[in-house]
Ligand binder design. Structure first.
Ligand code: UD1
Length: 450
């Protein structure tokens, strides 16, 4: 880690019109996390002394999403140089490294930001470091003009390039390190005398050179620095993020039988010797411990699954579900805000919500905890070793004691003491030979009509 303090300015002004969305561009999620928060997450290990997110006026949703980071409003979008100056107050008197980042580059890794911070502290004592990359198609990017020693001389925007400059393949990714001692002074010198009439942050390189300071580059991976400004790029970023998450899960000792069919959230925690079958979706907030088996087509969010548990196929774990060691959740079972204790089984076609299912309890097919009366939610408590017969409705609030048995087809609205057999089934009636007589008379009637 570097010695010098770091301040980060993340540019996020503008709606990103090409997204065609009412949601500001930087709030579109990748792996379930808004793009702007990916940048903050990548920055966090550098422990910035201050972070300022530059927004357009009225973007309260962006402000809320980046809290507790500070925000500054750029009143008019007059260019990237102008945008950084919106953070003037927060940068005033800061003499460490100022990192300028774009809010729409969700794939940027900590290691790359770290390399930028480190080169700023290197022996060349640069005033500016620029992250460069070599895109397949450099059209639209600023070109990095370097001297014979490889030092950066200037950045020329695509539309302002001469023919020789257009041939340069090394481009500006948009991420910069600035020497905080001179950053504001140099930023103030940026003018708008260019084809777009904008204040280009990129002009700071020529300004620093004219002041006798050195400017350097760091080369980044084109995939990593990709800016997302339309839905196609959003999908590409998602694909890269998913690939990284799958690789990390496998590197950590999880088997993904068909990795490309498993969807992770940015915060999925997955243990060792976990097997994930095809077509499993992890929403936000999932923690899977070691030796868990998640069968095909399961959907999990906001839940914790302890060792040796089995989920699915077609299991659905919703927020607040906790499946303890050795628990089993089978096909078409939905669990919400409920603890399934050690070794308990809920194997088929069941809804368990706002409940506790005690150790080794067995919940029969088609059991429903009726937890909601249209106004409030109520709790169901099922004791250890209880056996709930198939097609039972448990009308909460209700308590089933340890070891109790509930007969199939019951509607249980009163507490059941431990070890009791509870049944609400109507008496069965029988009429010998009735079915045969019925078939005979009906067949005769039908034949008479022909
Ligand atoms: C910028 C660079 C270009 C680089 C490219 C990489 C400049 C002048 N050019 O061009 O050299 O190759 O990024 O993608 O910097 N923004 C504001 N306020 C503004 C203008 C922009 O906050 O007034 C923010 C945008 O939200 C965006 C970022 O800055 O996240 C980049 O702006 P954009 O206009 O897309 O820059 P490019 O033209 O792509």
């Amino acid at each position: 880690m570097g010695e010098r303090a770091v301040a980060a300015v993340i540019l996020a002004a503008g709606m990103g019109t090409r997204m065609k969305s009412v949601l500001p561009k930087v709030l579109h999620p990748v792996a379930g996390l808004p793009m702007i928060n990916h940048i903050q997450k990548a920055l966090a290990p550098l422990d910035p002394a201050r972070t300022v997110v530059v927004t357009s006026p009225g973007q309260d949703d962006v402000r809320a999403a980046v809290a507790p980071a500070d925000t500054a409003v750029q009143t008019e979008a007059l260019g990237t140089g102008h945008a950084v100056l919106a953070a003037r107050e927060q940068l005033d008197g800061f003499d460490g490294t100022v990192l300028v980042l774009f809010g729409d580059t969700p794939l940027l890794r900590t290691e790359t930001i770290q390399a930028m911070a480190e080169i700023m502290e290197g022996p060349e004592d640069p005033a500016v470091a620029v992250l460069g990359f070599r895109p397949k198609d450099p059209t639209l990017y600023g070109r990095l003009v370097t001297d014979a020693d490889g030092h950066l001389e200037a950045i020329v925007e695509h539309r302002d390039c001469n023919e020789a400059q257009l041939k340069i393949g090394f481009c500006n990714a948009g991420i910069m390190g600035l020497d905080g001692r001179v950053a504001l002074e140099f930023l103030d010198r940026i003018g708008n005398d260019n084809s777009k009439g904008e204040y280009y942050l990129t002009d700071i390189v020529a300004i620093a050179r004219a002041a006798g300071r050195t400017c350097v580059t760091v080369e980044g991976d084109p995939e990593e620095v990709m800016g997302v400004d339309h839905r196609g790029k959003l999908a590409q970023a998602e694909a890269v993020a998913q690939r990284r998450l799958r690789d990390a899960a496998m590197a950590g000792g999880a088997t993904l039988v068909m990795p490309e069919t498993v969807y992770f959230s940015h915060d999925t925690v997955i243990g060792q010797d976990v097997t994930v079958e095809p077509n499993v979706v992890f929403g936000p907030g999932v923690r899977i411990h070691d030796n868990v088996h998640i069968k095909a087509f399961s959907h999990l969010e906001g839940c914790e699954v302890h060792p040796e548990a089995e989920i699915g196929p077609y299991g659905r774990l919703r927020p607040g579900a906790e499946i303890r060691t050795g628990g089993k959740i089978g096909n078409f079972v939905e669990v919400k805000k409920a603890v399934i204790e050690e070794g308990a089984k809920v194997n088929h076609l069941t809804y368990i919500g706002d409940a506790r299912v005690g150790r080794k309890a067995n919940i029969g097919a088609g059991t429903i905890t009726c937890n909601y009366d249209g106004f409030f939610k109520y709790h169901t408590d099922i004791g250890a070793g209880a056996f709930i017969g198939s097609n039972t409705a448990l009308v909460a609030p209700v308590k089933i004691g340890d070891g109790a048995i509930v007969g199939a087809g019951s509607t249980i609205a009163r507490d059941v003491p431990a070890d009791q057999l509870a049944l609400t089934r109507a008496q069965q009636a029988g009429n010998d030979g009735w079915a045969a007589r019925f078939r005979e008379t009906q067949t005769a009637k039908k034949n008479a009509k022909k």
